[in-house]
Design a protein around this ligand. Structure first.
Ligand SMILES: Nc1ncnc2c1ncn2[C@@H]1O[C@H](COP(=O)(O)OP(=O)(O)O)[C@@H](O)[C@H]1O
Ligand SMILES: [Mg+2]
Length: 485
């Protein structure tokens, strides 16, 4: 299909409007020109008509009183009439047909002929014999008839010109009105068509922007349409991909930073099983020749347990630090929390008590590493908050019945100082931290929020200044899970 860009469409639309405007202007100009001609012609006809009236007035007077001066006047006006006719033949041709014009020329000449004949006749018979004789009556009759024809022509044409001017003015009105309507309608149509396309695309973008800001990195299908809009959508998609990549990088680097701070704690945590193993091995070495098999078996059992413990710590650490694709799986929440605590316990002062109260069979569908990152962040914030001494409670429950859960609610509470009212609205912002430089990055909760939204869940905080803080996470249960795109 052939597609024009928006810019081209606007240009063509503009040309169309221009053509309409110029067209109507040219038409109007033509009509006005004709009105001008008709008005000029109207003046000629008016002159012609008035001259015929004068002509006939003296004709009548001449008949009545037979005065030579009336005849002379009549002749004068006849000359004027003939001049008007001769000088304006071209103008008359516009309004009157050729045949009519010829006829008129003939009538003018006839009139004068009859007048001349009558004048000669009167002169010949003298004033006393007037009124008698057939010739005189015939001549007078002929003269009257051609005079009447002249007046009638003047009157008729005068009316015709008036009518024509009226019609022309009406036409101008119609042209102007029609062109205004046309211009208006086409301008509106062009604006509406283009506007709708642009506005629709902007609306589309707005919708996608909202989704992206909520962590749903979807791509817009770039279908057919305006080239400008297509390239805008393509650029938008590129930005989305870039954003998504950076987001993942950010999460990854925050995770590594958290690991960095946890590492000394983890090393310390590893120390315990290692020194236990070492002590047990030492005792075993000393007792190796003794008889007490049971005691020695016990020591070996302890070594195995401690080695397992150390291996678990190392495995969790490795698993957590590895870069992995986002992939959701069904996990038991209690086990996940225990593993996370394994990573962080070494970091916590001994007087911080971490208590877990989660049903053993409560499962969630999450990306293991990201969810662990969430728990780690929240527990670490709790540990930081209680400042060396306090409690952290992690609990969860599922809602819903039947085959699967509708929703899982996870609570992470502490009895630290709580969050200042002025800070509460900002804690999920990137880089917001109240901690000293080097202690906090301010990225923890920002990323927690993102990760929870990637899972289609939500997180809120409930803080009681002086008493403690509770973070509440809702995750969709199996029932609601539609799979992550
Ligand atoms: N459990 C909590 N108790 C009190 N304040 C908290 C708690 N969790 C977070 N905050 C506040 O929120 C801020 C931001 O937390 P976070 O995004 O994890 O960044 P960071 O831990 O690097 O400061 C913290 O600096 C702290 O002021
Ligand atoms: Mg933090």
């Amino acid at each position: 299909m052939f597609h024009l860009g928006i810019r081209k469409k606007i240009t063509y639309g503009f040309y169309l409007l221009l053509a309409l405007t110029v067209g109507s202007a040219v038409l109007t100009y033509g009509v006005v020109k004709r009105v001008e001609e008709q008005v000029a012609f109207g003046e000629v006809i008016e002159d012609f008509f008035n001259t015929t009236l004068e002509l006939r007035r003296f004709e009548k007077n001449y008949f009545l009183y037979l005065q030579e001066k009336d005849f002379q006047e009549n002749q004068l006006y006849w000359g004027k009439l003939r001049d008007i006719f001769a000088n304006n033949e071209a103008a008359m041709r516009l309004a009157v047909s050729g045949a009519e014009l010829e006829q008129l020329g003939r009538v003018i000449e006839d009139y004068n002929g009859h007048m001349g004949q009558l004048h000669a006749y009167y002169l010949a018979i003298g004033p006393d014999h007037r009124g008698n004789g057939v010739t005189q009556e015939k001549l007078e009759e002929q003269l009257r008839s051609s005079g009447k024809e002249l007046t009638e022509f003047g009157e008729k044409t005068r009316e015709a010109v008036k009518r024509e001017i009226k019609t022309l003015l009406k036409t101008t009105q119609t042209i102007l009105l029609l062109s205004i309507v046309c211009l208006f309608v086409s301008a509106l149509t062009i604006a509406a068509l283009l506007g709708r396309k642009v506005v629709n695309s902007l609306k589309l973008l707005e919708g996608y922007t909202k989704r992206i800001s909520q962590g749903d990195f979807v791509e817009i299908a770039v279908g057919e349409g305006e080239q400008e809009i297509r390239s805008l959508l393509t650029a938008f998609n590129r930005m989305t991909r870039e954003l998504q990549m950076r987001q993942h990088q950010l999460v990854q680097s925050e995770k590594l930073a958290a690991l960095g701070t946890l590492l000394s704690g983890v090393a310390h945590e590893l120390n315990n099983p290692l020194s236990n193993i070492s002590t047990s091995a030492q005792i075993l070495g000393e007792e190796i020749d003794e008889d007490n098999i049971e005691f020695k078996k016990n020591l070996i059992g302890q070594i195995e347990t401690q080695a397992d413990k150390a291996r678990d710590i190392v495995r969790t650490l490795l698993e957590f630090s590895r870069i992995k694709e986002f992939r959701k799986e069904k996990l038991f929440l209690q086990k996940l929390v225990e593993e996370t605590i394994l990573l962080i316990r070494g970091h916590a002062p001994s007087e911080v008590v971490i208590a877990v109260d989660i049903p053993e069979d409560l499962s969630i569908i999450v990306d293991k590493q990201r969810m662990q990152q969430v728990l780690l962040n929240l527990i670490k914030n709790g540990i930081d908050a209680v400042q060396g001494r306090g409690h952290i409670w992690i609990s969860a429950l599922g809602t819903g019945c039947g085959t699967g859960l509708d929703e899982v609610e996870i609570l992470i509470e502490d009895d630290g100082p709580g969050i200042d009212a002025e800070h509460v609205t900002r804690i999920f912002d990137p880089f917001f931290t109240t901690k000293d430089v080097g202690k906090g990055s301010g990225l923890g909760l920002f990323i927690v929020h993102d990760i929870i939204e990637w899972h289609g869940g939500s997180i809120t905080v409930d803080s009681r200044p002086g008493l403690g803080t509770t973070f509440i996470i809702w995750l969709p249960g199996e029932q609601q899970e539609h799979g992550y795109k």
